[in-house]
Design a protein around this ligand. Structure first.
Ligand SMILES: Nc1nc2c(c(=O)[nH]1)N[C@H]1C(S)=C(S)[C@@H](COP(=O)(O)O)O[C@H]1N2
Ligand SMILES: [Mo]
Length: 176
C-alpha cells in the first residue's frame, strides 16, 4: 500500500467505527443510513481497475472490495441527476448520477484484501475508477442527490467539473 502516493488536502480524519455511518439523502424518495456493521453486511463486490491521478500518475490493476452505489441506491426514487459526495474533514466532490450508477462506482473499505488504510481514505472511500482520482473521495460519509450540479472542493478550485482521463478533463475554465 506504500506504492501509491497519498494526496490529501488537510489532515487525515480518524472517525471511530462506532461513530461511522453512511447516508444517502437529498432529492430522494426516502433517505437511508447504514451503521458500519450494517454497511459491512451489504452485498459486496471485488473491483480490479486502473486508477488515474490528474497530476499524471496512474496505477494499474488496483484491487478493492466494497459496496456498489447501485446497491446503496437500490429502490430509492431519485429526484435529481447529480450527487455530491461528502466526507469527514469537509471534502466534497460532485458527480453526475450517470457516472456512479450502472456498475461504475463503489464505496470501498478494503484494498489488496486488507482494511483500507486511513491515509488512503479508510474506513471507506468512494471509488470511481473511470474518472480522475480526485472524484474518489476519501473518508466518505454520504452522498446527497442534488437537482443541480454543485461543484465540490477541487471543482471550485480549478479542476474540471467532470474529470474524464481519456478526454484529459483536468482543469476547468477558471484555472488561473
Ligand atoms: N476527503 C478527501 N478525498 C480525496 C482528497 C482529499 O484531499 N480529501 N484528494 C483527492 C485527490 S486529488 C486524489 S489524487 C486522491 C488521492 O488518493 P490517495 O491519497 O489514496 O492516493 O484522493 C482524492 N480524494
Ligand atoms: Mo489528485
Amino acid at each position: 500500500m506504500n506504492d501509491f502516493p497519498v494526496l490529501t488536502f488537510g489532515p487525515t480524519p480518524h472517525t471511530p467505527l462506532d461513530r461511522w455511518s453512511f447516508s444517502v439523502d437529498g432529492a430522494v424518495s426516502e433517505g437511508r443510513r447504514w451503521t458500519w456493521q450494517e454497511f459491512r453486511a451489504l452485498p459486496r463486490e471485488h473491483i480490479v481497475k486502473d486508477i488515474h491521478c490528474v497530476t499524471s500518475w496512474s496505477k494499474l490493476d488496483t484491487n478493492w472490495s466494497g459496496v456498489s452505489l447501485d446497491t446503496l441506491l437500490d429502490g430509492i426514487e431519485l429526484g435529481g441527476a447529480w450527487i455530491s459526495a461528502w466526507c469527514d474533514g469537509g471534502y466534497t466532490t460532485n458527480l453526475p448520477l450517470a457516472d456512479v450508477t450502472g456498475g461504475k462506482a463503489w464505496i470501498v473499505d478494503e484494498y489488496d484484501g486488507a482494511p483500507l488504510p486511513s491515509e488512503h481514505g479508510g474506513p471507506a472511500r468512494l471509488l470511481v475508477p473511470h474518472l480522475y482520482f480526485w472524484k474518489s473521495a476519501k473518508w466518505v460519509r454520504g452522498i446527497t442527490v442534488t437537482v443541480t450540479d454543485e461543484p465540490g472542493f477541487w471543482e471550485q478550485n480549478g479542476y474540471h467539473d467532470h474529470g474524464d482521463p481519456w478526454k484529459e478533463e483536468r482543469y476547468g475554465v477558471a484555472f488561473p
